[in-house]
Design a protein around this ligand. Sequence first.
Ligand SMILES: [Zn+2]
Length: 244
Amino acid sequence: MTCRMCLKEKTLCKSHIYPEYMYAHCYDENHSYVAFDAVEGSYNKRRRKGLYEKLFCRICEDVLKKYEDYGKSVLYDNLKPKVRKLKSGVTIDDYDYKLFKLFVLSLLWRSSVSTLSMFSSIRLGKYEEYLRRVLLDEIEIPVNDFPCVLYQVHIKDRLSDGVFMEGFPRKAIVDGRTIYQFIVDGLYMFIGVGTCSIKSFKQGASVSPENLRVGYDELHKIEEFSGLVSRLKQQNKFSCYEKS
Ligand SMILES: [Zn+2]
């Protein structure tokens, strides 16, 4: 079978779309968790393992594991404990922009490559091949290439760990740009597709070479994406997506 990353004929692994460690919060005493499904007419499901399918060879799994391990150290060893303590957004100055951004983009790219139905709304088209090369060759891409904005969501004072929404029914178009959004383990991510000209970048993407800024917002406020973007715009925090 063909590995979706190196495109060579190889034995494929059972590859996770999102790393298994992101599901650790979800499991109850029966080692299962509830996956929320926002699509009308479908139901939440109880699952025993994170989502996976045969996609990548062992070598490419190791490439992705490097990004996953780095993402874990930033999000789980550093960011989440700080957010939990401060109950506010957090800025991390000392981090590896390239590796962290590749980690975030690997989640989006794997969702696009996946044939599982819950990811069917995420299709990158010509950008899928672009990101494949970026991830395979560990390329650092500019901040306005696939800009990423991250939020930790919460319900009252509790972080919404364990909340997953794999893909909203449709992608959002904001200022003429396609933006994908998903929630993984209480982390809300929205990622612009392709190169987005960024006017006031300092308040735009939160994954930047200078620092990593992760916001903090109530889960129920984030359910309506366009509402979130307009609130951010009103607060002058999200003014980056414009046609060049
Ligand atoms: Zn491979």
